[in-house]
Ligand binder design. Sequence first.
Ligand code: ZN
Length: 200
Amino acid sequence: MTDRVEELSRAFERFPGIGPRQAKRFVYHLLSTSESDRIRLAELIAHLGAEVRQCASCLRFWSGTGEVCNYCSDTSRDDSILMVVEKDQDLLAVERANAYKGRYFVLGGVLTLAGKGHIRERELVDRVERKIRNGKAEIVLALSATNEGEHTADRIRELLTPLREHITLSVLGRGLSTGSELEYTDAETLFGALQNRKET
Ligand SMILES: [Zn+2]
C-alpha cells in the first residue's frame, strides 16, 4: 500500500524552503487536526486554479474578475512609472509601505550567478514597449539587495538597452541594506529606499 505520510511529505518538500523534517511536521500537524479542517484545506488548494488568475498586465496572481488586476485598472495611479519586482510578495510589501502609486511588473523569479533561474524577459520588454508608446517612462528596478538581485538587474539593463532613449531607469536607494530581501523589508525602510531611488 502507498505510504500516504511519505507521499504527502514529499509533496511538501517541493515547496520553497521546506526540507524533509519540516515536511513531516506539516503532515503530522494535519493528522492532528479535524477531518473538516483537512477537507477545507484541500478545497482551498483545489479552487486556487479556478479562482486565482494572472493579471494580463503586471502578471501578478489575484482573485477577481476582468483581464487586469485592481492596481493595473486603477486610473488614479501614475501611468508613467513602472516598478519591476521579483515576485508577487514583493509587490504586496511595496503596497503595504504605501509609498508608491505607479504600475507594476512581476518578473516571476531571479537569475542566479550560476546561470540558473528564469525571469519573464520577453513579457517585460513587451510591457515596457507598450508603456513608452504613451511617452517617456520611468522604470524602477525594485529587486532584493542580494547577489541574485544585482545579477538580475544587470540582465534587465541589458534587455532594455535598445529602449534607453525612451526610459529613465532607476534603482532603490540607500536604506535597503546588503543581503536584504524586499519581501521582508519593513515599510519605513522601503518608503525611504523608494524616495531615494537613483538613476542607473
Ligand atoms: Zn496587474
